[in-house]
Design a protein around this ligand. Structure first.
Ligand SMILES: [Zn+2]
Length: 269
């Protein structure tokens, strides 16, 4: 039995490595966009149907504007670095949901939600860009699909030899990996390395989009201050704001500004 598991793991390991264009590193991911994205799009639509989507307000327009600038920056970066078709399957959407929960997320394929509750901590458009850049980076780097792949390998270990992952099981893995919808609170946190990666990528694309990368550390300081209050932000449960994170962002800000300069962006808002 163990040997079968090993063979399966090797098979997936060899056939399912995808290179992260932002880091150049191989990642374990055997779920292609064509499998993940339709599930994400359906869950996203369901979520919007069951929640209070804010339309037409200044804040709703701001979320859309920041999202469009960030995704366009990602597109420019990918094209300039030899990955012109990378975002072909993405269907970007940016929605503001009326909910006091302090949270924001991006599902695979570019489906983004900001809750009104996170806006005070964002403290304006640049802060929104920090959160947006970070969440979009998770989606660009396929962190969810990697988490799902790791979970599937564990599951394969439990049911050795059963290569065929039936649809209901796949949905279960998806729900565990994303937990969007009714069980948002149950969403698994990303690993620390995924968080660090999303911070670094997010910082670069926000800078290319014209937002001040030096403001990123300030956002996380506000988040940290809030976490000491009576009701820690939901966002904190999956995004612990520690001093390492704040220090990293401070150190990387000049690097992000330099990256933006390559795209002709030399002043920030
Ligand atoms: Zn994150």
């Amino acid at each position: 039995m163990k040997r079968i598991v090993l063979i399966i793991a090797l098979f997936f390991g060899v056939s399912a490595c995808k290179v992260n264009p932002f880091t150049g590193q191989k990642t374990l991911n055997f779920y292609p966009n064509s499998q993940i994205f339709p599930m994400a799009f359906a869950q996203y639509d369901q979520f919007l149907g069951e929640n209070n989507v804010v339309k037409g307000t200044t804040e709703a327009h701001m979320i859309t504007r920041v999202g469009q600038r960030i995704s366009s920056a990602a597109e420019r970066w990918l094209s300039a670095n030899g990955h012109p078709g990378y975002l072909n399957d993405y269907k970007w959407e940016y929605n503001l949901v009326k909910d006091e929960t302090v949270n924001a997320w991006c599902m695979p394929g570019g489906k983004i939600v900001f809750y009104t509750g996170i806006l005070p901590i964002c403290n304006g458009e640049t802060g929104v860009a920090v959160v947006m850049g970070h969440e979009v980076a998770h989606a660009l780097a396929d962190h969810g699909a990697q988490r799902m792949s790791a979970g599937t390998l564990q599951q394969l270990g439990a049911v050795a030899g059963n290569i065929a992952i039936q649809d209901p099981q796949k949905r279960n893995m998806f729900n565990q990996a994303y937990g969007i919808g009714s069980q948002l609170g149950a969403m698994l946190p990303f690993s620390r390395s995924h968080e660090t990666e999303a911070d670094r990528i997010g910082l670069q694309i926000m800078a290319i989009a014209g937002y001040n990368p030096y403001e990123a550390a300030e956002l996380w300081k506000r988040m940290k201050a809030q976490s000491g209050g009576q009701a820690p932000p939901e966002f904190m449960s999956t995004h612990p704001s520690n001093d390492t994170r704040i220090n990293n962002l401070t150190v990387w800000a000049p690097e992000a500004a330099a990256e933006a300069a390559k795209f002709g962006v030399t002043s920030f808002k």
